[in-house]
Design a protein around this ligand. Structure first.
Ligand code: RP5
Length: 168
């Protein structure tokens, strides 16, 4: 694993970390160098802007951005960077993440962010890994192995279920 972070995992508050942790774990599983930062579109807007402006120059390739409520962080970061941005809407309010989901997906034409499911940070990491697989054949191979494991597990579970049904 190169020391230069390839993926930035951002979140609007330290309170988002439990939701973003699966992304961090997935990146570790793939041996992808990454960094974790907390910056807020609303509470620390200068830091958010600065992070986005410098991210590409620092060698980052993809940004994963989690935020809850009026989740503007992914959009703000996308507005200040040419890197692909993957939003993770965080379930952080009585609206159960629907607020963050809509804020994340309803970007104006011209400044897109990709968006995974509410609290779906593991998939955000996998999407980031998929982007990196275009640039790195060893990551591509790992992704193939990962998909193969998913397939095998699914087949195994199907076989287990059929066996169980035959027994009853
Ligand atoms: C959002 O507000 C953050 O991303 C977080 O999901 C939510 C609540 O933040 P805290 O009040 O817990 O810091 O900006």
């Amino acid at each position: 694993m190169s020391d230069t972070p390839a993926v930035g995992v951002l979140m609007g508050s330290a309170s988002d970390f439990p939701v973003m942790q699966p992304a961090v774990e997935m990146l570790k599983q793939f041996g992808v160098a990454h960094e974790v930062e907390v910056v807020s579109a609303h509470r620390s807007p200068e830091e958010a802007r600065q992070y986005a402006l410098e991210a590409e120059e620092r060698g980052l390739k993809v940004l994963i951005v989690g935020a809850g409520g009026a989740a503007h962080l992914a959009g703000v970061v996308a507005a200040h960077s040419l890197l692909p941005v993957i939003a993770v809407p965080v379930n952080a309010t009585p609206l159960n993440g629907m607020d963050a989901l809509l804020a994340s997906v309803q970007m104006p034409t011209g400044i897109p962010v990709a968006c995974v499911a509410i609290d779906g940070s593991a998939n955000a990491a996998l999407l980031a890994v998929t982007v990196l697989a275009r640039l790195d054949t060893s990551i591509r191979e790992q992704l193939k192995v990962y998909r193969g494991q998913l397939r095998d597990k699914t087949r195994q579970r199907a076989a287990d279920l059929k066996r169980k049904l035959q027994e009853t």
